[in-house]
Design a protein around this ligand. Structure first.
Ligand SMILES: [Ca+2]
Ligand SMILES: [Ca+2]
Length: 221
């Protein structure tokens, strides 16, 4: 039987799309208000004028409608957009930063976070001062996107991978770091089920011991 003839080819492509969907962002709230309130949660940072906010979204797959899922704006007009996008046959979450009063690159948007794993779990956070106390950062000082290789061990090297994307707009500094951790003693991957990627088995939960850390990218825009 030739699996590369229609209709098998079609099914094969569908299966690939499904398997390579970088699926999950940890979901934090069940609020039924507008999207921002549902998916963005801000808390004051104690003994400072800062607020720290987390970004969450529903687990997504090939059947999730592609496009922009979330817009987060600071009082300064800077903006973050979360997209569910097709990129080389892989569906993935991408975080884009815009600054309407910045350089041309910053005005047209730069990718500062993405999901690189078949069964990746993402944690998005941003930080900024909130001097007018409206619960929204006046501007962004730091945006961190953490992408974990949950589910199976994608590169098969026996270590748990994490990509950390950090962008500091005030310093115009962007850095991507790859961390490799030892799996906990009684934990063998997959660390979580493919259809609930952020839900890690109890024996596979943090803390993780660091094996190595490598800065992959360090640049300005
Ligand atoms: Ca504010
Ligand atoms: Ca690995």
């Amino acid at each position: 039987m030739n699996l590369f003839k229609p209709p098998f080819l079609f099914l094969y492509i569908l299966l690939c799309l499904f398997l390579t969907s970088c699926a999950s962002i940890e979901k934090k709230t069940e609020n039924d208000f507008e999207r921002y309130k549902k998916y963005v949660e801000c808390v004051p940072v104690s003994e400072s004028e800062y607020v720290k906010c987390s970004i969450s979204y529903d687990q997504s797959s090939f059947s999730t409608k592609k496009g922009k899922k979330l817009t987060i704006t600071a009082d300064s007009g800077e903006r973050l957009e979360l997209w569910w996008k097709l990129n080389w046959l892989r569906l993935q979450f991408i975080l884009i930063y815009y600054n309407p009063s910045g350089s041309e690159k910053l005005r047209s948007g730069i990718t500062i976070g993405k999901c690189s794993f078949s069964e990746g779990c993402n944690y998005g956070n941003f930080l900024g001062p909130d001097l007018d106390k409206n619960g929204i950062p006046d501007y962004f000082t730091e945006i961190i996107w953490d992408n974990w290789d949950f589910g199976a061990d994608d590169d098969g090297d026996g270590y748990l991978d994490r990509y950390e994307y950090v962008f500091r707009p005030r310093e115009n500094l962007y850095e991507v770091t790859n961390y490799k951790y030892f799996y906990p003693e009684k934990c063998t991957p997959p660390v979580s089920p493919w259809n609930d990627v952020c839900n890690i088995r109890s024996e596979c939960k943090a803390p993780y011991m660091l094996k190595e850390k490598r800065i992959l990218e360090s640049k300005s825009f």
